[in-house]
Design a protein around this ligand. Structure first.
Ligand SMILES: [Zn+2]
Ligand SMILES: [Zn+2]
Length: 462
Protein backbone atom coordinates (compact mmCIF):
# COMPACT_ATOMS: atom_id res chain seq x y z
CA UNK A 1 0.00 0.00 0.00
CA UNK A 2 2.80 2.41 0.87
CA UNK A 3 4.40 2.42 -2.52
CA UNK A 4 1.10 2.53 -4.34
CA UNK A 5 1.57 5.21 -6.91
CA UNK A 6 -1.64 7.06 -7.64
CA UNK A 7 -0.29 9.09 -10.54
CA UNK A 8 1.12 6.15 -12.45
CA UNK A 9 -1.59 3.66 -11.76
CA UNK A 10 -4.40 6.06 -12.26
CA UNK A 11 -2.87 7.76 -15.27
CA UNK A 12 -2.84 4.54 -17.22
CA UNK A 13 -6.48 3.90 -16.37
CA UNK A 14 -5.69 0.44 -14.99
CA UNK A 15 -5.51 0.96 -11.25
CA UNK A 16 -5.23 -2.30 -9.31
CA UNK A 17 -7.01 -3.15 -6.08
CA UNK A 18 -4.44 -3.27 -3.25
CA UNK A 19 -6.42 -6.12 -1.67
CA UNK A 20 -6.96 -8.52 -4.55
CA UNK A 21 -5.10 -7.01 -7.52
CA UNK A 22 -8.20 -6.89 -9.70
CA UNK A 23 -8.84 -3.70 -11.65
CA UNK A 24 -10.60 -0.95 -9.77
CA UNK A 25 -12.87 1.58 -11.36
CA UNK A 26 -14.00 5.05 -10.49
CA UNK A 27 -17.73 5.26 -9.83
CA UNK A 28 -18.68 8.81 -10.69
CA UNK A 29 -22.00 8.92 -8.90
CA UNK A 30 -20.58 7.54 -5.66
CA UNK A 31 -17.27 9.41 -5.98
CA UNK A 32 -15.35 6.28 -5.03
CA UNK A 33 -12.98 3.76 -6.53
CA UNK A 34 -14.70 0.41 -6.51
CA UNK A 35 -13.25 -3.10 -6.81
CA UNK A 36 -15.96 -5.30 -8.28
CA UNK A 37 -13.99 -8.41 -7.39
CA UNK A 38 -13.58 -8.10 -3.62
CA UNK A 39 -15.92 -5.17 -2.98
CA UNK A 40 -13.29 -2.86 -1.55
CA UNK A 41 -13.95 0.84 -1.76
CA UNK A 42 -11.24 3.48 -1.89
CA UNK A 43 -11.03 7.21 -1.72
CA UNK A 44 -10.01 8.30 -5.24
CA UNK A 45 -7.56 10.93 -3.97
CA UNK A 46 -5.80 9.31 -1.04
CA UNK A 47 -6.61 5.69 -1.95
CA UNK A 48 -7.50 5.24 1.67
CA UNK A 49 -9.61 2.07 2.05
CA UNK A 50 -13.19 2.99 2.89
CA UNK A 51 -14.45 -0.45 3.81
CA UNK A 52 -15.77 -3.34 1.87
CA UNK A 53 -19.17 -4.28 0.50
CA UNK A 54 -18.53 -7.57 -1.22
CA UNK A 55 -20.66 -9.80 -3.39
CA UNK A 56 -22.01 -12.88 -1.70
CA UNK A 57 -23.26 -16.32 -2.64
CA UNK A 58 -20.81 -16.54 -5.50
CA UNK A 59 -19.12 -19.84 -4.57
CA UNK A 60 -20.35 -23.02 -6.24
CA UNK A 61 -22.93 -24.94 -4.22
CA UNK A 62 -21.69 -27.92 -2.22
CA UNK A 63 -23.48 -30.87 -0.58
CA UNK A 64 -24.61 -28.62 2.28
CA UNK A 65 -27.04 -27.03 -0.19
CA UNK A 66 -28.67 -30.32 -1.21
CA UNK A 67 -31.72 -29.69 0.98
CA UNK A 68 -32.67 -26.75 -1.21
CA UNK A 69 -33.62 -26.19 -4.82
CA UNK A 70 -33.80 -23.29 -7.17
CA UNK A 71 -36.53 -22.13 -9.55
CA UNK A 72 -35.60 -19.96 -12.47
CA UNK A 73 -38.33 -18.10 -14.33
CA UNK A 74 -38.04 -18.76 -18.03
CA UNK A 75 -39.52 -15.43 -19.00
CA UNK A 76 -38.21 -12.83 -16.52
CA UNK A 77 -35.16 -14.64 -15.17
CA UNK A 78 -36.10 -14.26 -11.50
CA UNK A 79 -34.34 -16.86 -9.36
CA UNK A 80 -35.81 -18.15 -6.11
CA UNK A 81 -34.50 -20.64 -3.60
CA UNK A 82 -36.80 -22.98 -1.64
CA UNK A 83 -36.44 -26.04 0.51
CA UNK A 84 -36.86 -29.37 -1.29
CA UNK A 85 -40.54 -29.80 -0.40
CA UNK A 86 -41.77 -26.39 -1.50
CA UNK A 87 -42.51 -25.99 -5.15
CA UNK A 88 -43.43 -23.04 -7.27
CA UNK A 89 -46.09 -23.18 -9.97
CA UNK A 90 -45.87 -19.64 -11.27
CA UNK A 91 -43.61 -16.61 -11.06
CA UNK A 92 -45.05 -13.84 -8.88
CA UNK A 93 -42.88 -11.28 -10.66
CA UNK A 94 -44.16 -11.84 -14.18
CA UNK A 95 -46.95 -14.43 -13.79
CA UNK A 96 -45.26 -16.94 -16.07
CA UNK A 97 -45.99 -20.60 -15.25
CA UNK A 98 -42.78 -21.75 -16.91
CA UNK A 99 -40.30 -22.28 -14.13
CA UNK A 100 -37.16 -24.33 -14.43
CA UNK A 101 -36.34 -26.38 -11.33
CA UNK A 102 -32.71 -27.18 -10.65
CA UNK A 103 -30.09 -27.91 -8.01
CA UNK A 104 -28.59 -24.86 -6.41
CA UNK A 105 -25.91 -23.45 -8.66
CA UNK A 106 -24.18 -21.31 -6.07
CA UNK A 107 -24.26 -21.35 -2.27
CA UNK A 108 -27.10 -19.66 -0.45
CA UNK A 109 -25.76 -18.23 2.81
CA UNK A 110 -27.39 -15.04 4.02
CA UNK A 111 -26.12 -13.69 7.35
CA UNK A 112 -29.45 -12.77 8.91
CA UNK A 113 -33.17 -13.30 8.57
CA UNK A 114 -36.41 -11.95 9.97
CA UNK A 115 -38.85 -14.91 9.87
CA UNK A 116 -42.42 -14.51 8.59
CA UNK A 117 -44.96 -13.55 11.26
CA UNK A 118 -47.91 -12.67 9.02
CA UNK A 119 -49.68 -15.41 7.08
CA UNK A 120 -51.13 -15.15 3.58
CA UNK A 121 -54.74 -14.59 4.74
CA UNK A 122 -53.75 -11.78 7.05
CA UNK A 123 -51.53 -10.25 4.37
CA UNK A 124 -54.45 -10.15 1.92
CA UNK A 125 -56.75 -8.62 4.56
CA UNK A 126 -54.18 -5.96 5.41
CA UNK A 127 -53.65 -5.17 1.77
CA UNK A 128 -57.39 -4.87 1.08
CA UNK A 129 -57.78 -2.52 4.02
CA UNK A 130 -55.00 -0.37 2.65
CA UNK A 131 -56.40 -0.51 -0.91
CA UNK A 132 -59.84 0.58 0.33
CA UNK A 133 -58.34 3.92 1.36
CA UNK A 134 -56.90 4.56 -2.11
CA UNK A 135 -58.83 6.38 -4.79
CA UNK A 136 -59.96 4.87 -8.09
CA UNK A 137 -58.36 1.45 -7.68
CA UNK A 138 -59.20 -0.82 -10.64
CA UNK A 139 -61.22 -3.91 -9.69
CA UNK A 140 -58.45 -6.29 -10.62
CA UNK A 141 -56.37 -4.99 -7.72
CA UNK A 142 -58.91 -6.00 -5.12
CA UNK A 143 -60.02 -9.26 -6.71
CA UNK A 144 -59.72 -12.21 -4.34
CA UNK A 145 -58.74 -14.52 -7.21
CA UNK A 146 -55.86 -12.26 -8.23
CA UNK A 147 -54.74 -11.66 -4.66
CA UNK A 148 -54.69 -15.37 -3.84
CA UNK A 149 -51.47 -15.44 -5.88
CA UNK A 150 -49.67 -13.23 -3.39
CA UNK A 151 -46.50 -15.11 -2.50
CA UNK A 152 -44.27 -15.12 0.56
CA UNK A 153 -40.77 -14.09 -0.42
CA UNK A 154 -37.72 -13.55 1.61
CA UNK A 155 -36.36 -10.49 -0.12
CA UNK A 156 -32.58 -10.04 -0.03
CA UNK A 157 -31.52 -6.82 1.64
CA UNK A 158 -28.16 -5.29 2.25
CA UNK A 159 -28.09 -3.74 5.71
CA UNK A 160 -25.47 -1.08 5.54
CA UNK A 161 -23.38 0.60 8.20
CA UNK A 162 -21.35 3.67 7.29
CA UNK A 163 -19.74 6.74 8.77
CA UNK A 164 -20.77 9.81 6.83
CA UNK A 165 -19.79 13.42 6.48
CA UNK A 166 -21.99 15.81 4.54
CA UNK A 167 -22.16 19.55 3.86
CA UNK A 168 -25.76 20.60 3.85
CA UNK A 169 -27.10 23.92 2.54
CA UNK A 170 -30.44 25.52 3.10
CA UNK A 171 -32.33 28.75 3.73
CA UNK A 172 -33.66 29.79 7.10
CA UNK A 173 -36.06 32.56 8.08
CA UNK A 174 -36.83 34.22 11.39
CA UNK A 175 -39.94 36.33 11.53
CA UNK A 176 -39.63 39.60 13.49
CA UNK A 177 -42.98 41.33 13.28
CA UNK A 178 -43.19 42.96 9.84
CA UNK A 179 -39.64 42.00 8.95
CA UNK A 180 -37.96 38.73 8.14
CA UNK A 181 -34.34 37.84 8.78
CA UNK A 182 -33.00 35.53 6.11
CA UNK A 183 -30.14 33.16 6.81
CA UNK A 184 -27.92 30.95 4.72
CA UNK A 185 -27.77 27.57 6.37
CA UNK A 186 -24.41 25.88 6.05
CA UNK A 187 -23.67 22.86 8.20
CA UNK A 188 -21.20 20.05 8.22
CA UNK A 189 -22.55 16.85 9.63
CA UNK A 190 -20.79 13.82 10.97
CA UNK A 191 -23.18 10.95 11.41
CA UNK A 192 -23.22 7.20 11.52
CA UNK A 193 -25.91 5.10 9.94
CA UNK A 194 -26.66 1.61 11.15
CA UNK A 195 -28.32 -1.14 9.19
CA UNK A 196 -29.93 0.99 6.52
CA UNK A 197 -31.77 -1.52 4.32
CA UNK A 198 -31.28 -1.63 0.55
CA UNK A 199 -33.34 -4.11 -1.43
CA UNK A 200 -31.10 -6.17 -3.71
CA UNK A 201 -33.86 -7.46 -5.94
CA UNK A 202 -34.34 -5.81 -9.31
CA UNK A 203 -37.85 -7.18 -9.81
CA UNK A 204 -39.11 -5.45 -6.67
CA UNK A 205 -39.19 -1.67 -6.73
CA UNK A 206 -37.06 0.13 -4.17
CA UNK A 207 -39.78 2.62 -3.41
CA UNK A 208 -42.25 -0.19 -2.78
CA UNK A 209 -39.86 -1.79 -0.30
CA UNK A 210 -39.23 1.60 1.35
CA UNK A 211 -42.99 1.96 1.66
CA UNK A 212 -43.36 -1.20 3.73
CA UNK A 213 -40.34 -0.42 5.90
CA UNK A 214 -39.45 -0.37 8.68
CA UNK A 215 -38.68 -3.93 9.66
CA UNK A 216 -38.27 -4.37 13.36
CA UNK A 217 -34.70 -5.52 13.84
CA UNK A 218 -35.44 -7.08 17.21
CA UNK A 219 -36.54 -10.19 15.29
CA UNK A 220 -33.32 -10.39 13.27
CA UNK A 221 -31.88 -13.86 13.64
CA UNK A 222 -28.90 -15.67 12.30
CA UNK A 223 -29.95 -17.25 9.00
CA UNK A 224 -30.95 -20.88 9.14
CA UNK A 225 -32.54 -23.12 6.46
CA UNK A 226 -35.34 -24.03 8.87
CA UNK A 227 -37.06 -20.70 8.13
CA UNK A 228 -37.37 -21.55 4.45
CA UNK A 229 -40.12 -24.22 4.09
CA UNK A 230 -43.32 -22.78 2.63
CA UNK A 231 -41.59 -19.66 1.39
CA UNK A 232 -39.33 -18.59 -1.45
CA UNK A 233 -36.11 -16.73 -1.05
CA UNK A 234 -35.09 -14.41 -3.83
CA UNK A 235 -31.60 -14.48 -5.12
CA UNK A 236 -30.24 -10.96 -5.10
CA UNK A 237 -29.45 -9.58 -8.53
CA UNK A 238 -28.12 -6.25 -7.31
CA UNK A 239 -25.10 -6.42 -5.07
CA UNK A 240 -24.48 -3.62 -2.61
CA UNK A 241 -21.72 -2.43 -4.95
CA UNK A 242 -24.18 -2.21 -7.83
CA UNK A 243 -26.26 0.04 -5.60
CA UNK A 244 -23.50 2.36 -4.50
CA UNK A 245 -25.15 5.36 -6.18
CA UNK A 246 -28.57 4.53 -4.68
CA UNK A 247 -26.84 4.26 -1.32
CA UNK A 248 -25.24 7.66 -1.71
CA UNK A 249 -28.57 9.28 -2.58
CA UNK A 250 -30.26 7.83 0.49
CA UNK A 251 -27.41 8.78 2.81
CA UNK A 252 -27.44 12.34 1.44
CA UNK A 253 -31.18 12.53 1.99
CA UNK A 254 -30.64 11.52 5.58
CA UNK A 255 -28.12 14.36 5.97
CA UNK A 256 -30.71 16.85 4.70
CA UNK A 257 -33.30 15.41 7.06
CA UNK A 258 -30.99 15.59 10.07
CA UNK A 259 -30.36 19.30 9.44
CA UNK A 260 -34.07 19.85 9.01
CA UNK A 261 -34.90 18.13 12.29
CA UNK A 262 -32.19 20.08 14.13
CA UNK A 263 -33.11 23.42 12.58
CA UNK A 264 -36.77 23.59 13.37
CA UNK A 265 -36.14 25.26 16.72
CA UNK A 266 -33.57 27.78 15.38
CA UNK A 267 -35.72 29.09 12.56
CA UNK A 268 -39.37 29.78 11.91
CA UNK A 269 -39.02 28.51 8.39
CA UNK A 270 -36.42 26.16 6.94
CA UNK A 271 -35.97 25.21 3.33
CA UNK A 272 -33.41 22.64 2.23
CA UNK A 273 -31.24 23.41 -0.77
CA UNK A 274 -29.31 20.18 -0.81
CA UNK A 275 -26.08 18.43 -0.02
CA UNK A 276 -23.12 20.30 -1.50
CA UNK A 277 -20.63 17.54 -0.79
CA UNK A 278 -20.57 14.23 1.01
CA UNK A 279 -18.19 11.48 1.93
CA UNK A 280 -18.70 8.16 3.62
CA UNK A 281 -16.47 5.34 4.78
CA UNK A 282 -16.20 2.38 7.16
CA UNK A 283 -18.71 0.54 5.06
CA UNK A 284 -19.93 -2.67 6.53
CA UNK A 285 -22.71 -4.79 5.14
CA UNK A 286 -24.91 -7.60 6.36
CA UNK A 287 -26.83 -9.79 3.94
CA UNK A 288 -30.30 -10.24 5.38
CA UNK A 289 -33.58 -11.77 4.23
CA UNK A 290 -36.76 -9.84 5.00
CA UNK A 291 -40.24 -11.38 4.85
CA UNK A 292 -42.47 -9.83 2.20
CA UNK A 293 -45.78 -10.92 0.70
CA UNK A 294 -45.45 -9.84 -2.87
CA UNK A 295 -47.33 -9.86 -6.15
CA UNK A 296 -46.86 -8.17 -9.48
CA UNK A 297 -50.14 -7.44 -11.23
CA UNK A 298 -50.34 -6.88 -14.95
CA UNK A 299 -52.72 -4.10 -15.99
CA UNK A 300 -53.13 -2.47 -19.41
CA UNK A 301 -49.65 -3.42 -20.50
CA UNK A 302 -47.83 -2.37 -17.34
CA UNK A 303 -46.85 -4.22 -14.21
CA UNK A 304 -47.71 -2.96 -10.75
CA UNK A 305 -46.27 -4.36 -7.53
CA UNK A 306 -48.15 -4.81 -4.28
CA UNK A 307 -46.45 -5.80 -1.05
CA UNK A 308 -47.20 -6.53 2.58
CA UNK A 309 -44.51 -6.54 5.23
CA UNK A 310 -44.41 -10.17 6.43
CA UNK A 311 -43.31 -9.10 9.89
CA UNK A 312 -45.36 -5.98 10.67
CA UNK A 313 -48.26 -6.40 8.24
CA UNK A 314 -47.81 -2.95 6.69
CA UNK A 315 -49.27 -2.93 3.18
CA UNK A 316 -48.53 -0.77 0.19
CA UNK A 317 -48.52 -0.83 -3.56
CA UNK A 318 -47.98 1.11 -6.72
CA UNK A 319 -51.45 1.00 -8.16
CA UNK A 320 -52.66 2.27 -11.51
CA UNK A 321 -55.49 4.69 -11.72
CA UNK A 322 -58.84 3.53 -12.90
CA UNK A 323 -58.97 5.85 -15.92
CA UNK A 324 -62.71 5.53 -16.43
CA UNK A 325 -63.51 6.82 -12.99
CA UNK A 326 -60.91 9.61 -13.18
CA UNK A 327 -62.19 10.81 -16.53
CA UNK A 328 -65.83 10.65 -15.50
CA UNK A 329 -64.76 12.92 -12.65
CA UNK A 330 -62.85 15.21 -14.96
CA UNK A 331 -65.27 15.42 -17.88
CA UNK A 332 -67.85 17.83 -16.35
CA UNK A 333 -65.08 20.20 -15.23
CA UNK A 334 -63.56 20.08 -18.67
CA UNK A 335 -66.88 20.90 -20.35
CA UNK A 336 -67.39 23.85 -18.03
CA UNK A 337 -63.91 25.11 -18.86
CA UNK A 338 -64.58 24.86 -22.58
CA UNK A 339 -67.89 26.74 -22.18
CA UNK A 340 -66.14 29.43 -20.16
CA UNK A 341 -63.54 29.77 -22.89
CA UNK A 342 -66.20 30.01 -25.57
CA UNK A 343 -67.99 32.66 -23.52
CA UNK A 344 -64.82 34.66 -23.10
CA UNK A 345 -64.06 34.69 -26.82
CA UNK A 346 -67.60 35.90 -27.53
CA UNK A 347 -67.30 39.12 -25.50
CA UNK A 348 -65.23 41.14 -27.98
CA UNK A 349 -67.14 40.18 -31.17
CA UNK A 350 -70.47 40.71 -29.39
CA UNK A 351 -69.53 44.26 -28.39
CA UNK A 352 -68.22 45.01 -31.88
CA UNK A 353 -71.49 43.93 -33.47
CA UNK A 354 -73.53 46.54 -31.51
CA UNK A 355 -72.39 49.64 -33.52
CA UNK A 356 -72.77 47.68 -36.77
CA UNK A 357 -76.36 46.86 -35.82
CA UNK A 358 -77.05 50.57 -35.18
CA UNK A 359 -75.29 51.78 -38.32
CA UNK A 360 -77.24 49.50 -40.57
CA UNK A 361 -80.37 51.46 -39.72
CA UNK A 362 -83.94 50.38 -39.06
CA UNK A 363 -83.60 47.08 -40.78
CA UNK A 364 -80.58 45.67 -39.04
CA UNK A 365 -78.47 43.95 -41.61
CA UNK A 366 -78.18 40.51 -40.15
CA UNK A 367 -75.58 39.46 -42.70
CA UNK A 368 -73.31 42.47 -41.94
CA UNK A 369 -73.56 41.74 -38.24
CA UNK A 370 -72.70 38.11 -38.81
CA UNK A 371 -69.70 38.94 -41.00
CA UNK A 372 -68.32 41.45 -38.48
CA UNK A 373 -68.96 38.99 -35.70
CA UNK A 374 -67.17 36.14 -37.43
CA UNK A 375 -64.30 38.37 -38.62
CA UNK A 376 -63.53 39.22 -35.01
CA UNK A 377 -64.54 36.02 -33.31
CA UNK A 378 -62.54 33.60 -35.52
CA UNK A 379 -59.13 35.23 -34.91
CA UNK A 380 -59.90 35.81 -31.21
CA UNK A 381 -60.98 32.21 -30.80
CA UNK A 382 -58.00 30.83 -32.75
CA UNK A 383 -55.37 33.02 -31.11
CA UNK A 384 -56.82 32.24 -27.71
CA UNK A 385 -56.34 28.56 -28.41
CA UNK A 386 -52.58 29.09 -28.40
CA UNK A 387 -52.84 29.74 -24.68
CA UNK A 388 -55.91 27.66 -23.95
CA UNK A 389 -54.83 24.33 -25.42
CA UNK A 390 -51.59 23.97 -23.44
CA UNK A 391 -53.45 25.18 -20.36
CA UNK A 392 -56.17 22.56 -20.69
CA UNK A 393 -53.67 19.88 -21.58
CA UNK A 394 -51.71 20.66 -18.42
CA UNK A 395 -54.88 20.58 -16.39
CA UNK A 396 -55.86 17.27 -17.90
CA UNK A 397 -52.44 15.82 -17.16
CA UNK A 398 -52.79 16.91 -13.55
CA UNK A 399 -56.15 15.17 -13.43
CA UNK A 400 -54.57 11.91 -14.47
CA UNK A 401 -52.71 11.95 -11.17
CA UNK A 402 -55.87 12.73 -9.30
CA UNK A 403 -56.47 9.12 -8.41
CA UNK A 404 -52.90 7.90 -8.41
CA UNK A 405 -51.50 6.24 -5.36
CA UNK A 406 -48.56 7.94 -3.79
CA UNK A 407 -46.30 5.50 -2.11
CA UNK A 408 -45.63 6.34 1.51
CA UNK A 409 -42.32 7.99 2.25
CA UNK A 410 -39.30 6.10 3.50
CA UNK A 411 -39.44 5.72 7.25
CA UNK A 412 -38.16 8.06 9.84
CA UNK A 413 -34.39 8.38 10.01
CA UNK A 414 -34.48 7.71 13.74
CA UNK A 415 -34.70 4.02 12.83
CA UNK A 416 -31.21 4.04 11.34
CA UNK A 417 -29.43 6.97 12.93
CA UNK A 418 -28.98 7.60 16.61
CA UNK A 419 -29.73 11.33 16.42
CA UNK A 420 -28.76 12.01 20.00
CA UNK A 421 -25.45 10.18 20.16
CA UNK A 422 -24.04 9.71 16.70
CA UNK A 423 -24.52 13.09 15.04
CA UNK A 424 -22.00 15.91 15.31
CA UNK A 425 -22.86 19.15 13.57
CA UNK A 426 -20.71 22.13 12.75
CA UNK A 427 -22.81 25.22 12.27
CA UNK A 428 -21.71 27.99 9.90
CA UNK A 429 -25.13 29.58 9.38
CA UNK A 430 -24.88 33.23 8.46
CA UNK A 431 -27.23 36.16 8.24
CA UNK A 432 -27.97 36.97 4.60
CA UNK A 433 -30.43 39.86 4.39
CA UNK A 434 -33.49 41.45 5.88
CA UNK A 435 -36.72 41.42 3.91
CA UNK A 436 -40.01 43.21 4.37
CA UNK A 437 -42.11 40.19 5.01
CA UNK A 438 -41.93 36.47 4.56
CA UNK A 439 -40.93 35.58 1.02
CA UNK A 440 -43.95 33.91 -0.34
CA UNK A 441 -42.67 31.50 -2.93
CA UNK A 442 -46.15 30.64 -4.11
CA UNK A 443 -46.97 34.21 -5.10
CA UNK A 444 -43.48 34.69 -6.55
CA UNK A 445 -43.96 31.64 -8.73
CA UNK A 446 -47.31 32.87 -9.95
CA UNK A 447 -45.86 36.31 -10.69
CA UNK A 448 -43.20 34.73 -12.89
CA UNK A 449 -45.74 32.97 -15.05
CA UNK A 450 -46.76 34.58 -18.33
CA UNK A 451 -49.69 36.99 -18.17
CA UNK A 452 -51.93 34.84 -20.38
CA UNK A 453 -51.46 31.89 -18.09
CA UNK A 454 -52.13 33.99 -15.00
CA UNK A 455 -55.40 35.29 -16.48
CA UNK A 456 -56.44 31.80 -17.55
CA UNK A 457 -55.66 30.25 -14.20
CA UNK A 458 -57.74 32.92 -12.49
CA UNK A 459 -60.71 32.39 -14.75
CA UNK A 460 -60.46 28.60 -14.71
CA UNK A 461 -59.82 28.24 -11.03
CA UNK A 462 -61.26 24.94 -9.87
ZN1 LIG B 1 -10.32 -6.09 -4.73
ZN1 LIG C 1 -40.92 -14.36 -14.01
Amino acid sequence: MDNYNVENEFGTGSAKCPNCAASIFYNEKAGKLVCNMCGSLFDPESLKPLGRIENRDTDAADEKEDNKQEFICDSCGAAVVTDYNTSATFCAFCGSPTLIKRRLSTVFRPDLIIPFKIGQEEAITNYLEWAKKQKNVPKKFTSKAVLSKITGYYVPFWLLDADCIADVRGKGQKFQGEKTENYDIDRTLNYKVRRVPFDGCRSISNTLMEAIEPFDYKDLKEYHDMYLPGFFANRYDLSAIDMIDVIKIRLDNYASEIVKSFSTSDYDEYKAIGVSGSYSDNFKQAYALMPVWFLNIEYEGSTYGIAVNGQTGKASGSLPINKKSVYSHAAPKLIIDILKYLGLTLILPAISVIPVAFLSGERANFLACLIVFLLIWIPVFSLGLIAFIPFIRQKFNNMRFYGSVTIDKAPDIAQYIDLKNSVAMENRDSFAYMSAKADDDESKNIAQRPLSERILSNIFKS
